[in-house]
Write a protein that binds this ligand. Structure first.
Ligand SMILES: Cc1cc2nc3c(=O)[nH]c(=O)nc-3n(C[C@H](O)[C@H](O)[C@H](O)COP(=O)(O)O)c2cc1C
Length: 374
C-alpha cells in the first residue's frame, strides 16, 4: 500500500479519530425537496462518496427560513427535517467517514422568489455587487439574536440526527461573512461598527454552537468553521481582519478551521506585492491549536502530499471527488493511473450525479470541472 502521509489517521484533541486526511468539502447537490427535506437521491450520492474519505461534509443546510439561498438546498430549520437527515448521516458514516453537516444562513445572497415573496435579510440594507441582487432588509437586534439561536437549534438537530459534527459556514459571502464585512455591515449597534464589533456575530454563532454541542453531544462531536480570508470590495474584509478574527474563533471552542480558497496556494487578492500564500499566514496564527483544512484545485496525490509536507492537517478535494469518488481507494490500491481527472457525461449515472447538480456543474464550474465531450 502507498505510504502517503495523507493516508494516516488524525485524532482531534476531543478524542475523535478521522481515518485519513482527505476531506470531501461541502458541495451542494441542489437535490433536496422543495421544502429542504433530504431526498433519497441525495442520500445515495453521499453514500457513494463516503467510501474513502476521512471526513465528508454536506452541502450547506439553512438554519432559518429566510436563510435559504437556492432551490434544492438542505434545510435544518425544523424537527421535521431530522428523519431524513438521520438517514443521510448513516449513509455518510456507513464506511467509517466522519459525517459533518454544514450549517448556514444565506443572508442577502438569495432573492424574493426563493423566499416565496419575503424580502432577503442581512446585517444592513446594502445590496451585493453581483448582478440581479436585491436590497435586503436590515435585521433587527431581536432577529439577530434569534438567528444565533437558530444555529444552536440546527446543531441540536444535527446531534439528534447522528452527525459527528457541524461546520459553521462563515465563508463564501453568506450571512456570517456579511456581518464580518465592512461592505455589507454598516450597523452602529453591538453587531457592527468597529472591527471588534463586526466580530461579535461570527463569535456569538461559534459560541452558541459550542454551547449546544457541549450540552447535548458526545465529547467527540466536531465543531468546524469555514472562513473566506478576503474580499475584493472596498471597504471589505482584508487579511489582517481575518487574522484578528481567527484567534477569537479558536477561543470560542472550534475544533477545526477550513479556509475557503479557489486555489490552495493563492496569495492576497488585494496586495499583489505580498507573495506569501494566504494559508501560510493563517497557519502562523493558528499554530496547530486546531487543525486546518486546505482546499482549492487539489487533484493529484502529489498536490495533497504537498499540503501535508507543509504541516497542514487536512486537504479537501471538491470537484476531483465529484469526478472520482474512489480517489482514496485507488490510491490505497496502488491504482493511481485509473484515477479520473475529467468528467464524462457517460459516467453521470455511475457517479450518481443528479440533474440539478449536473446543471450547476455546467454553469459556474464549467471550466474547472473538466467535462469531456464523450
Ligand atoms: C457543485 C459545488 C457545490 C458547492 N457547494 C458548496 C456549499 O454548499 N458550501 C460551501 O461552503 N462550498 C461549496 N462549494 C465550494 C467547495 O466546497 C470548494 O471550496 C470548491 O469547489 C473549491 O474546491 P475544489 O477546487 O477542490 O473543487 C461548492 C462547490 C461545488 C463544485
Amino acid at each position: 500500500m502507498s505510504d502517503y502521509q495523507f493516508l494516516n489517521a488524525y485524532t482531534f484533541a476531543n478524542g475523535a479519530t478521522v481515518k485519513n486526511r482527505i476531506v470531501m468539502p461541502p458541495m451542494t447537490e441542489r437535490s433536496a425537496f422543495e421544502n429542504g427535506v433530504v431526498s433519497n437521491d441525495e442520500i445515495e450520492y453521499y453514500r457513494k462518496q463516503a467510501g474513502g474519505v476521512g471526513m465528508e461534509i454536506t452541502g450547506c443546510a439553512n438554519v432559518s427560513k429566510l436563510g435559504k439561498g437556492f432551490e434544492g438546498e438542505l434545510s435544518v430549520t425544523e424537527d421535521r427535517d431530522i428523519p431524513q437527515l438521520s438517514r443521510l448521516a448513516a449513509a455518510m458514516k456507513s464506511q467509517g467517514a466522519k459525517a459533518i453537516l454544514q450549517i448556514f444562513d444565506a443572508g442577502r445572497m438569495t432573492n424574493t422568489a426563493i423566499l416565496r415573496g419575503e424580502q432577503p435579510v442581512s446585517a444592513s440594507a446594502v445590496k451585493a455587487t453581483r448582478a440581479n441582487s436585491e436590497t435586503p432588509r436590515k435585521l433587527s437586534e431581536h432577529e439577530v439574536e434569534k438567528i444565533i439561536k437558530d444555529f444552536g437549534a440546527a446543531t441540536k438537530r444535527a446531534i439528534q440526527a447522528g452527525f459527528d459534527g457541524v461546520e459553521i459556514h462563515g465563508a463564501n459571502t453568506y450571512l456570517i461573512q456579511q456581518f464580518f464585512s465592512p461592505d455589507s455591515n454598516r450597523r452602529r449597534d453591538q453587531w457592527g461598527g468597529s472591527l471588534e464589533q463586526r466580530m461579535n456575530f461570527p463569535v456569538a454563532v461559534a459560541e452558541e454552537v459550542r454551547r449546544v454541542a457541549d450540552q447535548y453531544a458526545p465529547r467527540t462531536f466536531i465543531v468546524g468553521y469555514r472562513i473566506s480570508p478576503e474580499e475584493i470590495e472596498t471597504p471589505g474584509i482584508r487579511l489582517d481582519d481575518t487574522l484578528t478574527l481567527i484567534p477569537r474563533l479558536i477561543k470560542s471552542g472550534i475544533d477545526y478551521l477550513h479556509v475557503s480558497l479557489n486555489k490552495a496556494w493563492q496569495t492576497s487578492l488585494n496586495d499583489s506585492t505580498d507573495s506569501q500564500p494566504i494559508i501560510e499566514k493563517i497557519q502562523k496564527v493558528v499554530d496547530h491549536q486546531v487543525p486546518m483544512i486546505v482546499v482549492g484545485q487539489l487533484t493529484k496525490p502529489a498536490d495533497v502530499e504537498k499540503v501535508m509536507d507543509a504541516g497542514f492537517e487536512f486537504a479537501a478535494m471538491g470537484q476531483e471527488l465529484i469526478r472520482e469518488p474512489n480517489w482514496v481507494q485507488k490510491v490505497m490500491a496502488n491504482d493511481e493511473k485509473s484515477i479520473r481527472y475529467e468528467l464524462s457525461p457517460s459516467d453521470l449515472d455511475e457517479l450518481g450525479i443528479t440533474e440539478p447538480l449536473w446543471d450547476f456543474l455546467k454553469g459556474p464550474f464549467k471550466d474547472a470541472i473538466h467535462i469531456t465531450n464523450e
